[in-house]
Design a protein around this ligand. Structure first.
Ligand code: FAD
Length: 393
């Protein structure tokens, strides 16, 4: 019930005691006043609503009627120690209502001193925070659950804020720090998978990046690593007090990187084996081309001599010249057939080429030959390179 008092008093003057009485009686917080032994002398309406005890039922009894007898003794000891030395105390107690149901009380007790400075009363104010506690515990449990799931996930996860700082990561991501040897692997992966991610994130227009595969080359002859990366923009509301009325969300980018190196290394081995046999075939074809071209060149010499002889014999020995001419024709025909048999030099169509990949292929294929000639190659590749157009073979 709201107060209905005439404002007959003036600001700066003492309020009539009735104002205080009504304020306490109508306050929406459970209020009780006790004697120094915690015997209840007064309770307001909110106290009766929260505890189930009417004023008549509560008065004359100790506040311990509210105890559920599960609050640790140390809490009460701490409380009474503070109160006995004239200090206020606040804390949480597990209370029991008149009907036996329990609730968590957030309680503040203030000693009320008499004119001689002695504790005359205690003023207790409490509210039921069971629902708040349930929600806080739920959030805490969910957070712990999510953290353990995130930490145990077999993919690297990194959450970046609007400045690009990694504000949350997991064990797999931490492993990348040492594996890739860069200060912030998320930046390297994003630069490669989603160039311009910073401006997209700051512009708050970052759409979800579907999984994209990328290759990171490492120095010192270490095998390259392959990752399937995707990025997901996330917007959250500010948790700080000054963000209470703020409706503008905070923007984050979640990077998910799955290491697919084992799979790709298997594929790379198969590709290198195919490349080696293709090169062997190419070498064989080139040798064949060379020897057939040389043979054709040599065969053309006698035929040219025959052609000159025919020209000379044409008027003097027409029968002989015609026989030679048909032999020459046949010879040229066979020569042409032989020419058609020469394997063609195939030219690949230009395609995007990763120079790191080509260099690694060359080193892999030629290591034996290089070492046999006493050549060692120290290669320090840039982790990622843009593709260029070319014919890798
Ligand atoms: P108690 O017999 O009360 O003893 C617990 C410990 O406190 C013992 O170590 C004892 O020595 C000490 N102690 C008890 N009374 C005094 C005293 N007067 N001076 C110095 N030391 C003392 N308790 C609740 O559980 N829920 C409440 O909501 C609640 N509200 C309270 C509100 C007020 C204003 C006050 C003054 C106390 C309130 N209490 C409340 C405390 C309550 O009075 C009991 O101390 C408590 O419930 C433990 O009760 P108990 O019977 O288990 O133990």
């Amino acid at each position: 019930m709201p107060m209905n008092l005439k404002p007959s008093f003036q600001p700066g003057r003492d309020l009539p005691p009735e104002v205080f009485r009504q304020a306490v009686a109508q306050a929406d917080m459970a209020i009780s006043i006790t004697d120094p032994q915690a015997t209840i002398l007064y309770v307001n309406e909110a106290f009766s609503r929260v505890t189930g005890y009417s004023a008549a039922e509560a008065q004359g009894r100790n506040e311990s009627i509210l105890s559920n007898h599960t609050t640790p003794r140390e809490v009460y000891a701490d409380m009474w120690q503070a109160l006995a030395s004239g200090h206020s105390w606040s804390g949480r107690l597990l209370n029991r209502r008149k009907d036996g149901s329990q609730y968590l009380a957030e309680l503040a007790i203030t000693p009320v001193l008499d004119g001689e400075g002695r504790i005359a009363h205690y003023l207790g104010m409490h509210r039921d925070i069971s629902e708040l506690h349930r929600l806080v515990s739920q959030v805490r449990n969910q957070k712990a659950l999510i953290e353990s799931v995130v930490d145990g996930a077999p993919v690297a996860l990194a959450l970046l804020d609007e400045t690009g700082r990694v504000v949350l990561d997991n064990q797999e991501y931490k492993k990348l720090l040492t594996d890739l040897g860069v200060a912030e692997p998320a930046h390297l992966l994003l630069e490669t998978a989603l160039p311009g991610w910073r401006s997209q994130l700051l512009g708050r227009a970052a759409g979800a990046l579907p999984p994209r595969e990328l290759r990171i080359d490492r120095p010192g002859g270490a095998l390259p690593r392959w990752f399937s990366c995707s990025a997901l923009p996330i917007a959250t509301l500010d948790e700080q007090a000054d963000g209470f009325y703020e409706t503008e969300p905070k923007h984050y980018l979640l990077l998910v990187a799955s290491d697919v190196s084992a799979l790709r290394q298997g594929q790379e081995k198969a590709r290198l084996a195919a490349l080696r046999s293709l090169m062997a075939e190419e070498e064989h074809a080139a040798a064949l081309r060379e020897s057939l071209s040389a043979a054709l060149y040599r065969l053309e010499g006698p035929l040219n001599v025959m052609s000159s002889a025919i020209a000379m014999l044409k008027s003097r020995e027409p029968a002989m010249s015609s026989a030679l001419e048909s032999a020459l024709g046949e010879g040229r025909q066979h020569l042409e057939e032989l020419r058609r048999l020469i394997p063609h030099d195939t030219q690949e169509a230009p395609a995007p080429v990763n120079i790191n990949e080509v260099l690694r292929d060359v080193l892999d294929v030629c290591t034996g030959r290089l070492l046999a000639n006493g050549i060692t190659v120290t290669w320090q590749p840039t982790p990622t390179l843009p593709a260029i157009l070319g014919r890798p073979m």
